[in-house]
Design a protein around this ligand. Structure first.
Ligand code: SF4
Ligand code: SF4
Length: 79
């Protein structure tokens, strides 16, 4: 079985914490990290469940601040 997987890379200090990406992620991968503040003074987005990412790019497309780079990986599982 082959599935599409992704690893979101986040430019933390470019994030303004608007949570648009959190709202559009279909797999609940992302969260706002209210335990830290970035250089802009915002609570930045962080990856909460990387194993759920399907590399759909929705977060990258909606983000107004080009915070995301999505690394695509092929997940191959023999059966
Ligand atoms: S690429 Fe898709 S599944 Fe992965 S974090 Fe972004 S919105 Fe969520
Ligand atoms: S959409 Fe962009 S700026 Fe807004 S919280 Fe997500 S990564 Fe940060």
């Amino acid at each position: 079985m082959t599935g599409r997987r992704g690893i979101p890379h986040i430019a933390v200090d470019s994030c303004k914490g608007c949570a648009l990406c959190v709202s559009v992620c279909p797999e609940s991968v992302l969260t706002i990290d209210d335990a830290r503040v970035n250089l802009k003074g915002y609570y930045p987005v962080s990856v909460e469940a990387v194993e759920n990412c399907i590399a759909c790019l929705s977060c990258a497309l909606i983000c107004p601040d080009v915070v995301f780079t999505i690394e695509r990986v092929v997940d191959q599982q023999g059966g």
